[in-house]
Design a protein around this ligand. Structure first.
Ligand SMILES: [Zn+2]
Length: 510
């Protein structure tokens, strides 16, 4: 297969043509050279002036949750509590599910900027449980029926009267059975989500915190040859759970279990990210420290002995510091130890990162989505959030990801965010211009960077001998693709084969 009549991005160079044989890149260079290298009768793909880039990877998303989002109530567009109640009432009328699950509730976008109370949720739906997840996935609010189902007569966490029906972080485990029952996960929904992601140009994804049901369904798809793209799974790291809760390394078809995901803190939205100084807009709070370092270190040692790499969630600066120390002491395995998010890295943490250089899995889209961060942290501190340029200059390896469905899955939006660092309204979590990346650097986050993070260092570049994962864009330049987004994707190829039905910029939001 020879790709010609367009351009091919090979490393930092633009070439004229590309030859693929037996699922690998056989030649890349001038049209003349690639034609000479081609056996007679080679099929030709007419690029029609478009650009070929390496297949993209998203190093951190939640496939099961993306698949489930197709069901349930999408609350991303809700702007007031009145609107929220109306949406719930309409949804409840049309859906007979045993419980109502909503996602994407963003308090910063509500006129009231606060959680609804259980009683306010009982108004539209009193006959069944209602569970509404915060946009970050790190908190949820329940109506009275859901509180009863989840806790019965047992004591439940109550921090304040205003947030008496809000569950933070681990507390959400109490509603998992209820959510699983309302929105059962299916293999078809997982597959459809992967086809949608492939339509954005993704050829590999890392699915984090992979629960047993999701992993079983992924195995079923892999065994049947029905995974459209490669999936790397990271089941939960369970400190203190002993042997029974332990994940095992495995590889079958396009699926592999290569690591385990642990949590050191929460998120900025619900103020559970662990900070070394209190929140600027809530002086009594400085976040939540999850897990004990010694138990974590033991669980990591058990995981690496099994060949699984730790992936540690750390957003606040205090959590990132812990994660640097924990990853530094982890034994090396096939996939790299990684820190997820590493959002806030003031100078003291940057110095530790410069010494240890752990791989950081970042989400450039958060620069846009967390536009309210200056208020949470204060301007002096938010200046050290999402400092991709500073991190790259210190030689810290970076990988791109979306954290979908907790942010938009579209990798092109992520790249644009890394370059522009402002949304259409000019808002930003940290608008310091010195942190912007160039378009090729942003692409590298989602090609070489994200593949390396998932233990696939040979992927993410179009060089002779490399596996032929690639994306054919309708536009001639990388900058155009960043402006256009995933609708610029014409075709996605995995191991030298074009995916059917994946290449019209399929649905990629949330
Ligand atoms: Zn995540």
């Amino acid at each position: 297969m020879r790709f010609e009549r367009g351009r091919v991005l090979a490393g930092r160079r633009l070439e004229e043509a590309l030859l693929v044989e037996d699922g690998r890149v056989a030649a890349v260079g001038s049209l003349e050279a690639v034609r000479r290298a081609s056996p007679t009768g080679t099929d030709v793909v007419d690029l029609a002036g478009g650009l070929v880039v390496p297949g993209l990877a998203d190093a951190h998303l939640h496939l099961g949750e993306i698949a489930r989002e197709r069901a349930g109530v999408d609350l991303g567009a809700v702007r007031s509590l009145a609107e929220l109640r109306e949406r719930l009432a309409v949804y409840a009328q049309r859906h007979a599910t045993p419980a109502i699950v909503g996602r994407g509730l963003d308090l910063e976008r509500l006129a009231e900027r606060r959680w609804p109370t259980a009683e306010e949720l009982d108004g539209p739906v009193a006959d069944r449980p209602v569970v509404l997840f915060h946009a970050s996935g790190h908190a949820a609010v329940l109506n009275t029926a859901a509180l009863e189902r989840a806790f019965g007569g047992r004591a439940r966490p109550v921090r304040s009267a205003a947030e008496a029906s809000v569950l933070l972080e681990d507390e959400q485990a109490a509603v998992r059975p209820l959510v699983d029952e309302a929105l059962p996960l299916t293999a078809e929904a997982l597959r459809a989500s992967l086809v949608g992601l492939a339509g954005c140009g993704l050829t590999t994804v890392g699915t984090m915190n992979t629960h047993a049901r999701e992993l079983d369904l992924l195995r079923e798809l892999a065994d049947g040859g029905r995974l459209p793209i490669r999936v790397r799974a990271y089941p939960p790291l369970r400190p203190g759970a002993g042997d029974a809760g332990r994940a095992r390394a495995e590889e079958r078809g396009r699926l592999a279990v290569v690591g385990v995901k642990g949590f050191l803190d929460g998120a900025f939205g619900p103020r559970t990210a662990s900070l070394s100084e209190p929140y600027a807009d809530a002086p009594g709070l400085s976040g939540i420290d999850r897990e004990d370092d010694r138990e974590l270190a033991d669980a990591i040692a058990a995981a690496t002995a099994e060949g699984l790499a730790p992936a540690l969630h750390a957003i606040g600066d205090r959590a990132v510091g812990r994660a640097v120390r924990l990853t530094a002491s982890a034994a090396p395995v096939a996939a790299p130890a990684r820190i997820e998010h590493a959002s806030l890295t003031p100078p003291a943490v940057l110095r530790e990162l410069a010494r240890a250089r752990p791989l950081l899995v970042v989400q450039p889209g958060f620069v846009l989505s967390d536009w309210w961060l200056g208020e949470r942290l204060g301007p002096a501190r938010s200046r050290w959030a999402y400092v991709f340029r500073s991190l790259a200059e210190l030689g810290v390896p970076l990988a791109g990801s979306s954290d979908a469905p907790y942010d938009t899955a579209d990798p092109w939006r992520g790249m644009r965010a890394a370059v522009d660092r402002r949304d259409e309204l000019g808002r930003s979590a940290n608008s310091w211009p010195d942190q912007a990346l160039t378009a090729p650097e942003a692409l590298a986050l989602y090609t070489e960077g994200a593949h390396r993070a998932l233990g696939l260092p040979e992927r993410g570049r179009l060089a002779p001998g490399a596996p032929a994962d690639l994306v054919v864009l309708k536009v001639p330049r990388l900058d155009d693709a960043l402006r256009t987004g995933s609708s610029a994707v014409r075709e996605t190829w995995v191991d030298g084969r074009r995916l059917d039905g994946a290449g019209s910029g399929a649905e990629a939001r949330r």
